[in-house]
Design a protein around this ligand. Structure first.
Ligand SMILES: [Fe+2]
Length: 345
């Protein structure tokens, strides 16, 4: 049955036919407004939005088709049912394609009008409910995505803090690598989402060192072969730790795994070569090595000057590093995007 507050607008240029329909609708509990053509109908709709419009096709001034078009555009929540003579059925069907909910043929039969109107309103209700549900769902998904990101960053943060306790060098190094990689990525004009993931990847690229023995991590001077092999497990260890967390940031995850790969295929852990190494990891590799050289990592030996480190990066272009990334790195230094004297953090 129709609700108490059911309202409808009946649009027909023949007063007698309009009256028949209005009576019929009123008997079914509707409050009706009447209009003699499309222009009048639009005026009424502007003052008083209606859930339902029953409209004739042929009318002076604005006809039924134009009224349908404008109603769909301005009042998409209004259900429009077209009224047609039997001869107009083809036009009525094309009105369905334009968004009419249904059509009625003259002369009217009480049961048919009732069935079509009930159906049209039910369809409208479902459409509105569906849209409302969709909107609420999208809102909930967005809230949960934000929450997930917060939780993710909090867990990464706690891992980073745990690593800092073991290896005080790492935090400053990770932030510097994040900044350097970001400057290279921006110089290469990569899209903003990729830059964001490269920044994140830089921050967490060494997280796997949490699994490296402290004595090895902080050993002054050169490492034995076994110690070096042990330290170089960190890309895979980090990848295993972060894989369940970094579903939304696969490029950051690639950085964790592949930042020690080499352009010539002699890197670790997968011995990838050239373009097979994800670009984000090729970028981080340059940033990581440059920072390690300029900040003096225990197992890397003495700290280098900036100019010597730049020369070393250039020397390794095409062997350790992707030449295109090295060019971007040099351009970033040239433009000042990477300060020639990188401030210690
Ligand atoms: Fe590393």
């Amino acid at each position: 049955m129709v609700s108490e507050h059911a309202r409808c607008l009946v649009v027909d240029d023949e007063p007698r036919l309009r009256q028949v329909l209005v009576h019929l609708m009123q008997n079914d509990g509707f409050t009706c407004r009447e209009a003699g053509n499309g222009a009048e109908a639009l005026e009424i709709l502007q003052r008083e939005p209606m859930p339902l419009v029953l409209s004739d096709l042929r009318m002076p001034r604005i006809d039924g088709i134009e009224l349908l078009r404008q109603t769909r555009m301005r009042y998409p929540d209004t259900a429009v049912v077209m009224i047609t003579a039997v001869a107009d059925v083809e036009v009525a069907v094309s009105c369905l394609a334009m968004g009419a909910m249904d059509y009625l043929t003259k002369p009217f039969h009480l049961e048919e009008v009732r069935a079509r109107v009930t159906q049209a309103l039910e369809k409208r209700r479902l459409i509105l409910e569906n849209r409302d549900y969709q909107e609420r769902l999208e809102e909930r998904v967005a809230v949960q995505a934000r929450r997930l990101e917060e939780l993710f960053l909090a867990s990464v943060q706690s891992l980073a803090e745990a690593l800092e306790v073991k290896d005080p060098y790492t935090r400053g190094h990770s932030i510097r690598v994040s900044h350097l990689s970001s400057a290279i990525a921006r110089t290469m004009e990569l899209d903003i989402e990729m830059v964001r993931q490269i920044e994140l990847g830089g921050q967490v690229h060494d997280i796997g060192k949490i699994g490296v023995r402290e004595a090895v991590l902080n050993k002054p001077g050169a490492l034995t072969e076994e110690e070096y092999a042990h330290i170089m497990t960190h890309p895979l260890v980090g990848w295993r730790i972060l894989a369940p967390l970094l579903g939304e940031a696969p490029m950051a995850l690639n950085i964790v795994r592949s930042h020690h790969e080499r352009w010539d295929g002699r890197g670790m852990p997968d011995r990838l070569a050239g373009d097979a190494i994800p670009l984000e990891a090729r970028i981080t590799a340059v940033a990581d090595s440059f920072d390690a050289m300029t900040s003096g990592r225990p197992y890397r030996g003495a700290q280098m000057g900036i100019a010597d480190a730049i020369a070393e990066v250039e020397r390794c272009s095409g062997t350790q590093f992707d030449p295109a990334v090295v060019r971007a790195f040099l351009a970033a230094i040239e433009s000042g995007a990477i300060p020639a004297a990188v401030p210690a953090i």
